[in-house]
Every structure is written in structure tokens, then in C-alpha cells.
Design a protein around this ligand. Sequence first.
Ligand SMILES: Cc1cc2nc3c(=O)[nH]c(=O)nc-3n(C[C@H](O)[C@H](O)[C@H](O)COP(=O)(O)OP(=O)(O)OC[C@H]3O[C@@H](n4cnc5c(N)ncnc54)[C@H](O)[C@@H]3O)c2cc1C
Length: 506
Amino acid sequence: MNTQHPIYDMVVIGGGINGAGIACDAAGRGLSVLLCEKDDLASHTSSASSKLIHGGLRYLEHKEFRLVREALAEREVLLKKAPHIIRPMRFIMPHEPHLRPAWLIRTGLFFYDHLGKREQLASSNPVEFSDADSPLKSNITKGFEYSDCTVDDARLVILNAIQARELGADIFTHTCCISAQQEHGHWQVQLENEQGVQIVHAKVLVNAAGPWVAEFIQKSLKKKSPYGIRLIQGSHIIVPRLYTGDKAFIMQNDDQRIVFAIPYLNKYTLIGTTDCEYKGDPNQVEISQQEIDYLLDVSNDHFKVQLSSSDIVASYSGVRPLCDDESDNPAAVTRDYTLALSDEEEGFAPLLSIFGGKLTTYRKLAEAAMMSLKPFFPQMTKAWTEHAVLPGAENFKFIDYLVAEIQGRLKGVDADIAYRWAQAYGTRIWQLLDGTTKMQDLGQYFGHGLYAQEIDYLVEQEWAKSSEDILKRRTKLYLQFTEVETVELELYLASLHARRAQGDAA
Ligand SMILES: Cc1cc2nc3c(=O)[nH]c(=O)nc-3n(C[C@H](O)[C@H](O)[C@H](O)COP(=O)(O)OP(=O)(O)OC[C@H]3O[C@@H](n4cnc5c(N)ncnc54)[C@H](O)[C@@H]3O)c2cc1C
């Protein structure tokens, strides 16, 4: 861990979407930034989402108009910032009059269409299903269709971290902030990783520890948290594709919650999510049998294809770190964010803590964080992220164009591989493929389209260390890799890390 600055302007705790987004925004405004993440980037809530950039139709029912307006507008902004990892998706809501009357849905969709500016996203419309073509049960004959977007959540975090690094930030993964104290008007921060403990200094400390935000204040800073945090578990199951086509379904349930069925990675359907109060350790969260049964029941109530537990290919769980608004119903706890700035003691350095938030609003949250810190950094330049593309979106036209370019340059490359690369890396694929003109140049093959060239790039450029970092968060190939193939990848990684360590020592 070699730090670049005797005293950083800002140390950010947490490499989820909020920490990465703030680090990126701050670095782009000329501040010196260090971000530390105790595990891998996006290894907690930010890779356990429903993977939607959405306004949140159901938040209208909870009167979260500020959040919905901001989130709706962000869809268009983020689509332009990262069109390789974010794409528009149509959502079909089967009409179930006993749950919500048609006038209520129509009113909600009217607001949805008009609350935020829309350029790329089509408006809503009613739909009718013919039994022969519809994947839905024959009693479901009508519904509504509207637009939102889907995102590769983990890669959104990684792209923000790459951009932050390119703007001068130091990003340390597998580095835990174990404590911090205010001293002589700045923070003295203790960071621990496999190399030991190191102290860094910062003018401002940003606590973007997600589910650990309150615990960090209490245990690591020995202070009182200004807000309580509600940990609300949400789980998803992944099953073989339930239906053809690229539309998602939003299913209403008797408990007034909604569950999505979303086309996922061409071969699968992602079904989620749940909302359950969680009291355990956020590191240990996993789907319960009750959640599995709940998701299967909702799906089986709507689709002709009937699922059982044995159809589940994979599942994942995360905890929403929500600001406690004392709501009785976990589904109704506010999804909006709250920023808590504590600079109350004169001569002491400020602490900014982030409570709540959505992937969708991470950029606005980062802007709001920077606004609140403006008095401490009068030299800071103005907001810039709205019109700046994320890495891989530079000169990006559209996916099929990039796929054709890749196939043109790398003779014999499989269309599936070219698609995956285009969607994951955008135009950064040219960095990844640097020095290659033919398939043999990609080095050792590990199966399912993964070659040594990509692994080396992920280790060198994207902080990947383990097979899980590569398969789960950066490529999503974990759904296809067998145990034997994973072991082979791990052996390669061990030798790669050893070579790199030798290179560092030499
Ligand atoms: C089931 C579910 C579905 C969701 N679906 C959507 C969706 O479709 N669309 C959407 O917009 N939002 C969605 N969200 C919300 C969104 O995922 C979260 O708001 C967001 O990911 C929170 O990001 P974060 O950075 O605050 O937290 P995290 O991603 O959890 O990041 C916090 C990081 O801090 C690190 N950390 C903690 N303590 C320390 C320490 N002491 N030192 C160093 N590092 C530390 C942790 O390891 C962690 O990686 C969903 C959430 C859930 C749970």
C-alpha cells in the first residue's frame, strides 16, 4: 500500500457504488482522494441488486416523489454515461384488478412517463396478451408496459473506480479502515491489509460503508451515529430462461409487494426481490427457504412454466442499508438517501456519512455529497459528472457496431465472446486486446470464452484478485464455470500474482 499524499483531501471508506461514485466525483474536481474497500469492489450490496436503473414505480405509492423524479431523470443521464453496461428494457405489468385498479396503474404510469425528462426511453402503453404467445397464465389477458433500464451493477462500481483512479485517486481494495481519530484539524486513519497497518491523514472522512455505516461510526470512530440504519434483506433466484424475448415482467403480489422477472445473460431469468428485516452480520447474508418459496410462488402464480427449487441455478442476497424512518413495513422504508455531515466541533475535521441510496441515484448522491463539502474545499471545481462518460463509453456507438469491429479485428472470435466483451468493456476492449490480432494471441483458455489475456487485464486494470472477483463480479461467468475449471483459473491466478510480486520486488 503506497500512498501518494502526506495528507489527502478525502479518505472514502467503502468501495460500493456510493463510495466509488463520491471518490470519482471528488477526484474529478481536483481533490486528492484515497478510497479503501475491505473486500473486493462491489462485493456487498452493490452487486446484489435487481440490476435496474429505474424510477421505482412502486415508490410512487409511498409518495417518494423527490426520489422518483430524480431517479427517472437519472435513467437518461446514465444511459449516455455508460451505454455498454446500461440498456433500456421494457417492463410488462400484468393487470390484476383485485390488487390495484386500472385507474391507479394508469395514473402511476402517467407520472412515471412525465416526472422525468425522457429522450431514449419510450412511454407506457396498455397491452393485451393472446394465450398462444404469452408466457403468462391464460387468466392474465391484459396489462401495461413501460420503460426502465437494466445495468451490470458490479461493473458500474468498477467503472467509477477506474475513472477515479484515472483522475488521480488511490484505490485500495482488501484494505479495511480499522479506526480513525480527529487530530489537529484532520483525520488520522488506520488502514489494514495483508501488508500490515498503515496510517494516512485526511482533511475529510467519507463514510460510505453501506450496511456498516452506523457500526463504523460507533465502533471505529467511537462516536454516536446521527441516524439508525434498517438492514432490509433482499434476495434473488436465477433460473433457466422462463420465456423468450427481451422484456421483463413486474408481478404484483397479494402482500402488495412487487417481484420482477428479468431476462438475464441471455440464458436465464432473474427473479426478485424480497424485503425482510435483517438483524445478522451483513457479511453472512444468504437467501432463506422462506424467500425461495415466496419467489417461486409469485412466479408460479403468473407464468405457465412452473418452477420448483430444483430449477434454481443460483441465488444471491444483499442487505439494503436504509435510513431508519421507523416504518412498520420493511417494503415501505424510504429508499431515499440521507447525508449526515458532522463538523459540529470547532477545529475538528468533518465526517460525512451516507445513509441509504439506490444504484440509480448514486451520481446525484455524489454531487450532493460534494455540495455539502464545498465549504471545506473552496478551490473545488464545479459539478462535472452529468456529461462525462464512464470508461468504455468513449467513442462508443452501439453494441452491435462494437461487436462487428471486434470480429473484424480479431479473426475467428466467437460472436458470444465478442458480445460479452462489448457489453462488459465497451471501447476499453481495445486496451484489453492490445497486441492481439488472432485468437492464439489470447493465451491459455479456461473455458466459456475466458482467456489469459482477459484475466491479466482484470488483475492489472480492475483490481481482480480471486476467481470470484473475476467470475462473479467482472465477467458473470460463474454461472457456467465448473469446479474443475475454477480450480484451473485459481492456479493461473496464483502464478500470475507470484510473478507480479516478484516483479514488484525486483
Ligand atoms: C436486493 C436489493 C435489490 C436492489 N435493487 C436495486 C435496483 O435494482 N436498482 C437500484 O438503483 N438500487 C437497488 N438496490 C439498492 C442498491 O443496491 C444500494 O443502495 C447500493 O448498492 C448501496 O451501495 P453502498 O455503496 O452504499 O453499499 P455497499 O455496496 O454495501 O458498499 C459498502 C462497502 O463498504 C465496505 N466497508 C464497510 N466497512 C468498511 C471498512 N471499515 N473499511 C473498508 N471498507 C468497508 C464494504 O465491504 C462494502 O463493500 C437494491 C438493493 C438490494 C439489497
